[in-house]
Ligand binder design. Structure first.
Ligand code: MN
Ligand code: MN
Length: 466
């Protein structure tokens, strides 16, 4: 045989009509999930629903673990793992798909509520790497929880349901925008300017009140928050309210081949991972899907990938599996594991050809992307996968008919990024980044190809099963 050229292929061309239908139906489910579960807490809730419907039970309910057992474990309502016990002994390692369920967004400041010029505002602090100018003059929703002093949890979810009001951050009209338009794009809208308009109708003077406080709109908002949710201004100090775009997922293009939505990064990996473990049957190794928080700010904290949640759970699994628990068994289980780190790559954008190396970049529609290394400035910060593991995975995908491609994030020295891969690799397990490519990553409304979403699911399923 003559030397064979490697070529990325367009996934749609590889698909029969039946498979096209499967792609559209999978993406319809995905789009609905995206619209229903918009934050990490909501994702966890949605995941528990799907897992329990397929017979997964909380790990707390088990007194021992044996082949075929299906369980999940939740960390602080913001991270979740699900697993199916495989045929091989646990200490031979897990097959893990790990990804994150937090997305770039805007959070509130510790004391957010104030009034300015008879408008009520929440002051904010953005979360993750956003281009601030993209978040103004679009409809915004508020999702999250307020925890009262006595521990009562109040859930707030406004802006996405039919008939709900939305919230808004203003931008300057072009007529007065001369100075603003001359600024660098990174300075056209500042972090402090991302203040959310939440009210405009002043409170009427209350009975017996001599004179008003001068903050009548703020006072009306406080009255509303108390009447509707029973919360006070101080309660907002212990809240996790997140401002997300109030935009529903929509098909894009005459042919509906693309899907636009808020927060594809990284629910476009987390949802296929979840669906994959729901559909896995009799895995050879113990299959695990690990969905974590805080990736967008460095995987820090007790709900991020750097927390001990994962290894503590493995210790628990070892304890429920073996007669005699040992630390060595825990370490062996972890070290013998293999992992696909599910995260997105940057799809080639013909609008900005200058930042991509055309022959080493992923494209929309050409399948799930395996990314051997991430990082910036000479692979800095990357946990680069070994050539051996990359070979194993492409063999696996080729045999299973998964459509995949490879590439790196942009041109050398153009920028870069990281994923949770490095934190899993620190355990001395094999890890490879693997997920679809996205257009307009971290924008309020991101774009993916449906054929890539579906192949991401296929890739994770075959990896978890074999
Ligand atoms: Mn990501
Ligand atoms: Mn990201």
């Amino acid at each position: 045989m003559k030397g064979k050229e490697y070529k990325q292929v367009n996934g749609w061309l590889e698909m029969e009509d039946v498979e096209r239908e499967e792609i559209f139906s999978f993406n319809k489910d995905y789009a609905e999930f995206l619209d229903d579960y918009r934050t990490e807490r909501e994702f966890v809730k949605g995941a528990i629903g799907l897992l329990e419907a397929e017979g997964f039970k909380n790990l707390e309910e088990f007194t021992e673990l044996k082949k075929g057992d299906k369980f999940y474990k939740v960390n602080r309502d913001k991270a979740i793992l699900a697993a199916i016990v495989g045929e091989k002994p646990l200490e031979e390692g897990l097959r893990i798909v790990g990804s994150h369920i937090d997305s770039p967004r805007i959070d509130l400041k510790p004391t957010p509520l104030y009034e300015d010029s008879e408008l009520a505002y929440f002051s904010t602090h953005y979360y993750g790497g956003i281009k601030k100018y993209q978040w103004v003059s679009i409809p915004l929703a508020l999702h999250g929880v307020v925890i009262k002093e006595d521990g009562t949890k109040v859930e707030i979810n406004i802006g996405d349901k039919e008939g709900d009001p939305v919230f808004y951050i203003s931008d300057l009209l072009p007529h007065l925008g001369k100075d603003q338009m001359a600024k660098k794009m990174s300075e056209g809208i500042t972090g402090e300017q991302l203040r959310l308009i939440i009210g405009s109708i002043p409170a009427r003077k209350k009975d017996g009140e001599e004179k008003d406080s001068g903050k009548k709109v703020k006072s009306a908002v406080l009255d509303y928050l108390f009447e509707e949710y029973g919360i006070s201004e101080e309660d907002l100090i212990s809240c996790e309210l997140q401002i997300v775009p109030a935009l529903k997922s929509r098909d894009v293009g005459f042919d509906r081949g693309l899907l636009a939505a808020y927060g594809h990064d990284d629910r476009v990996c987390s949802y296929p991972a979840l669906r994959a473990i729901l559909d896995v049957e009799n895995p050879v190794y113990t299959a695990m899907v690990l969905l974590v928080d805080k990736e967008e700010i460095g995987s820090m904290g007790n709900t991020g990938m750097q927390s001990h949640f994962f290894e503590n759970t493995v210790a628990e699994m070892v304890n429920l599996t073996y007669e005699n628990y040992s630390d060595l068994l825990v370490r062996k289980t972890i070290e013998n594991s293999k992992c696909l780190s599910g995260d997105v790559n940057a799809a080639y954008d013909p609008n900005f050809p200058e930042v991509y190396a055309k022959d080493n970049t992923p494209y929309l529609g050409k399948g799930v992307v395996i990314t051997k290394y991430t990082g910036a400035r000479g692979k800095g910060g990357s946990s680069e996968a070994t050539a051996e593991f990359v070979a194993e995975i492409r063999g696996l995908f080729n045999n299973a008919g998964v459509i995949w491609q490879t590439g790196e994030l942009g041109k050398v020295d153009q920028g870069g990024g990281g994923t949770i891969a490095q934190f899993l690799a620190n355990y001395n397990m094999d890890v490879l980044d693997c997920g679809p490519a996205v257009l307009s990553m971290h924008a309020p409304y991101e774009l993916v190809s449906k054929v890539d979403v579906y192949n991401t699911y296929l890739a994770y399923q075959v990896f978890l099963e074999k």
